[in-house]
Design a binder for this molecule. Structure first.
Ligand SMILES: [Zn+2]
Length: 242
């Protein structure tokens, strides 16, 4: 587990070069954002110990296996810690793979893992997990959420963007690292979410896969324009995406 500090509050925990979890520093300890693939629990706990603060909360951007893979192990080791995820993606964790009537009826892609852990808190946009505001960012999964740290403008975007093999919006294929694109449920929804995240004007972009980008808004703009060109043939998306 590689540990990298970015600014005052964000710690990046990386496995196998391209798989990130994060520790976000709060006054009372750390919030874990995403638990990485299976086998990461001990490394996440050791990282927090090394940095000298307890883990207080675990929260999840979405229910794919490389983000919830170590949730059960981690919450068994830390039974008192709050576990949160969007109410929408919590259904996948519980094994309910149904789509709602109002949602695009596209195939769910990527590995979803049924978890023994029941989230102690279900999140909706506008909620806060510590200092992190929950931002709706569906598309990669129906209930994907990002986290915006108002203290320093850090955006933890999960798989709404990827920076591995070049920055991209979810669903834009990068041949050197195709997995997030292949795991994306509904690309037009993902593009609309990318624009909403860009509108937050983050100072730092942290993603599930790839390096952290400082002053990311121009790069997010290029990536969004590329995604639109690939889907719509121009930079201009239709008014209604589905
Ligand atoms: Zn994913």
């Amino acid at each position: 587990m590689k540990i990298t500090q970015h600014g005052k509050y964000l710690v990046q925990l990386t496995r196998l070069v391209a798989f990130n979890s994060f520790l976000v520093r709060e006054d009372d300890g750390f919030t874990v954002v995403d638990t990485n693939m299976g086998g990461s629990a001990a490394g996440i706990i050791k990282a927090a110990e090394t940095l000298g603060a307890p883990i207080r909360r675990i929260t999840l951007t979405h229910a794919h296996i490389d983000h919830v893979g170590s949730l059960d192990a981690l919450s068994q080791l830390l039974p008192e810690v709050e576990v949160s995820i969007s109410s929408r993606d919590a259904r996948f964790m519980a094994g309910d793979m149904s789509l709602d009537p109002g949602e695009p009826q596209d195939k769910l892609r990527g590995g979803y893992q049924v978890c023994a852990t029941t989230p102690s808190r279900l999140l909706k946009p506008g909620d806060f997990v510590g200092s992190l505001e929950v931002i709706a960012s569906p598309g990669h999964t129906p209930g994907h959420i990002a986290f915006f740290d108002h203290r320093d403008g850090t955006l933890i975007a999960g798989d709404a963007f990827s920076t591995q093999a070049g920055i991209s919006v979810t669903g834009t294929l990068r041949l050197l690292f195709p997995f997030p694109a292949m795991a994306t449920w509904h690309k037009p929804t993902g593009i609309a979410s990318a624009e909403a995240l860009m509108a937050l004007k983050p100072s730092r972009l942290a993603v599930g896969h790839g390096k952290i980008v400082e002053n990311p808004v121009p790069a997010m703009g290029w990536a969004t324009a590329e995604a639109k060109r690939r889907i719509y043939g121009s930079d201009h998306a239709p008014q209604k995406v589905y």
